[in-house]
Ligand binder design. Structure first.
Ligand code: ADP
Ligand code: MG
Length: 694
């Protein structure tokens, strides 16, 4: 860090400021108020309306400590028009002395706070106050109130920020042509936001729709776009093996399928095919709703990698999912003479060792969990890495994954003459996300979308059933089973504790085993050893289990066509995306499918809304949009967990138009003015940009 950028403050204060993300002058000037107080005018006590925060100038008449109902400091004060009470429920002895001194010396105080008319007349609880000299000037601008942390007072922050506004470089980084219309200059926007003059549009400041706010938000979005797009371009600079193929293997695979590709699948396949033929690494996301047929698209990409003489890795977040993918890929590839290797934590040591050897040798396709493949496999010539159900990972994890992949490759390449080359990457996600969100969240990726489901899917009937009628649901499951069908029974989600969740799963399993006396009931949960889990899933797939009691481990990807009944207990506890995913586990075969959402009354408003959305909609994109509306983008994409401070000010919903222009401006700047890109990123990201770099 440049010394001139550093904040000039004592070390203890600096440490606290760092907690607020403030280590440079640039950070201070971008630390913006959450609201303002108006100390630009004085109000006479007689004219005051209660409820609004106001400023008064008073003299102290009387200071007392009272004990009703609890110990409190009560100061009576007056101006020329009337008197009021200042009440302190928490106070220091020094405060009492201050007021007594003000009383004895007849000092003038300015007090600021919300006036209420109580039983004993007008009063202010915990006002801000300070003593002032005769005719001391009033504040010229509104007083900013900043987000802060223990030990950093508003006054200290204000002083530091005011000083930073004088010393930081506030010069314009952007061409006025690059800005959306009617936005002020950077310096003007910041000066206004830190100290709006009386008469400023306070509502617009509060709702952050003021042009000054929009300028800041635009700049923030621009920094994000620049950072992500630059990472994208940087990866394009790296070399990757062009995967050349005639497409013969893909054709043989297609010919062996009992179906033809949907138009959306064909389009995605063509996009991936073109990417893989390039000499830089593909970084593509395949987005498609549950059941849209992403696996075959991935398999066709694998064909190209294999035909070009490289290896493909297919990774899933859980072993259950990985196992399903493995079985599917094996069924497709082995008849074509392509070898598919399975690598799982639950394998015996010797088996695992054998799989690893194959991966390091001549295996063509390796399937397993991310963790395993990433940590334990040294591929001999990895050409394509496929990451299934990518949405399970936050941004930070995604970037970490990528970094590790490259590092691992680097280690492999140590002996080889060539430099480390990242493999082509295909990420798959079943969480459809709205366009503006996709533009920011996935700005570092190319995106293919499967926006249609394979034909012939039977719509799933969704039923909302009160827990009071659980008995009927049990009967319904019995009837379905005697009709040769299978059912999932999903246990309640316990957010607070995995242990409790496990206990609930075990309890549910025990209870249902009794209730379904005579039926074959199985159990899968996240804490099972891989082998047990696998065995249960396999038995369910093979039709040896009638009712599978499960935790949300079956939320993603699991595909058992004969299972056409899904019961979700305590559905009110699940999020929209989860419910959509769970429901997607049925409706995969030729028979009618039903999803029963059991709920416990009374429902909270939020839960009622969620259940209504899932009841009324089946389109994943619509559900995702509603989810975004109900929860806001932070929770939606899970970046709270990932800890990436992506956006502080911009709101992807209200500022959608700014996202679009930021994206366009970013592209143009990256092409035309790299020096400005640097300056802008430095201003906004400082040390944080490291987080966003892939
Ligand atoms: P997801 O996108 O959720 O991963 P899958 O790849 O598991 O979906 O596909 C769901 C089911 O649809 C699978 O049984 C798959 O074989 C089948 N499928 C995929 N594409 C088609 C198609 N074009 N026509 C008919 N069935 C298809
Ligand atoms: Mg899938």
């Amino acid at each position: 860090m440049h010394a001139a950028d550093e904040i000039d403050a004592p070390p203890a204060l600096k440490a606290k400021l760092r907690k607020l993300g403030l280590s440079r002058s640039d950070d201070l000037v971008l630390h913006l108020p959450i609201r303002y107080e108006d100390e630009t005018t004085l109000t006479k006590i007689a004219d005051a309306l209660s409820g609004a925060p106001l400023q008064f100038e008073v003299r102290v008449l009387d200071v007392s400590i009272q004990f009703r109902p609890r110990r409190q400091l009560v100061v009576r004060a007056a101006d020329s028009t009337g008197d009021l009470v200042l009440r302190f429920l928490n106070f220091y002895a020094s405060q009492t002395r201050q007021f007594e001194e003000a009383r004895d010396r007849g000092k003038t105080l300015r007090v600021f706070g919300e006036l209420r008319v109580g039983y004993f007349g007008p009063e202010i609880v915990h006002p801000r106050y300070r003593s002032v000299g005769e005719n001391e000037a009033l504040a010229r601008a509104l007083t900013p109130i900043y987000p802060t942390t223990a030990g950093v007072s508003q006054a200290a922050l204000r002083r530091l920020i005011a000083r930073a506004l004088g010393s930081a470089d506030l010069s314009e980084c952007l061409d006025s042509a690059a800005l959306p219309p009617r936005l002020p200059a950077y310096a003007d926007a910041l000066r206004l936001l830190h100290a709006p003059l009386p008469g400023a549009d306070e509502t617009a400041l509060q709702t952050r729709s003021h042009p000054a706010w929009r300028r800041v938000k635009f700049d923030e979005l621009l920094a994000q776009q620049l950072s992500l797009r630059r990472a994208y371009l940087a990866r394009r600079q790296k070399g990757a093996p062009a995967l050349a193929s005639e497409g013969a293997l893909a054709e043989r695979l297609l010919a062996s399928l009992p179906f033809t590709l949907t138009a959306a699948q064909a389009r995605a396949v063509a996009e991936i095919r073109a990417d893989l033929a390039q000499t830089f690494p593909m970084q593509r996301l395949l987005q498609g709703d549950v059941g849209s047929g992403k696996t075959i698209v991935a398999a066709l990409a694998i064909c190209q990698a294999v035909e070009a003489g490289t290896q493909a890795a297919f990774m899933a977040p859980t072993e259950i999912l990985a196992a399903q993918n493995f079985l599917k890929l094996k069924a497709w590839f082995e008849p074509l003479g392509v070898q598919v290797v399975w690598l799982a934590g639950s394998q015996k040591k010797s088996e695992k060792e054998a799989s690893r050897k194959q991966a390091a040798g001549d295996a063509q396709v390796v399937v397993g969990t991310h963790a395993l493949i990433r940590e334990e496999v040294d591929f001999s010539r990895l050409g394509l890495a496929i990451i299934d159900e990518q949405h399970r990972f936050g941004v930070a994890q995604r970037l970490e994954l990528r970094k590790k992949g490259e590092r691992a490759k680097g280690a492999n390449a140590r002996n080889a003459a060539n430099d480390a080359t990242p493999p082509h990457q295909l990420m798959m996600s079943a969480t459809p996300i709205p366009r503006t969100l996709s533009m920011t969240y996935y700005a570092d990726l190319d995106v293919s979308v499967l926006d249609e489901l394979p034909p012939g899917r039977k719509p799933i009937v969704t039923k909302l059933v009160s827990d009071a009628r659980r008995g009927e649901v049990v009967e319904r499951v019995r009837a379905a089973v005697s009709d040769g069908r299978q059912a999932y029974w999903v246990c309640p989600l316990i957010e607070e504790s995995e242990k409790l969740e496990l206990q609930t799963a075990l309890d549910t399993y025990a209870a249902l085993s009794e209730e379904f006396d005579g039926l074959r009931v199985g159990l899968v949960h996240g804490r099972q050893k891989g082998g047990e889990k696998d065995a249960a899933m396999r038995a369910f797939s093979a039709g040896e289990i009638d009712v599978l009691v499960a935790t949300t481990v079956i939320e993603v990807g699991v595909d058992v066509p004969n299972a056409c009944l899904m019961i979700v207990e305590h559905a009110e506890r699940f999020g929209l995306a989860q419910l959509h995913q769970l429901r997607g586990r049925v409706g995969r075969g030729a028979r009618d499918s039903v999803c029963v959402l059991l709920y416990q009354s009374p429902l909270s408003t939020a839960a009622r809304e969620r259940l209504k959305v899932i009841f009324e909609n089946s389109d994943g994109f619509v559900i995702a949009r509603e989810d975004l509306r109900l929860r806001g983008p932070g929770e939606f994409i899970g970046n709270r967990q990932s800890g990436v401070p992506m956006l502080r000010y911009a709101d992807l919903e209200t500022d959608a138009d700014l996202v679009e222009s930021a994206r366009m401006t970013a592209e143009k700047m990256l092409r035309e003015s790299p020096d400005r890109v640097e300056r802008h990123l430095k201003r906004w990201m400082g040390s944080r940009e490291e987080m966003l770099r892939a």
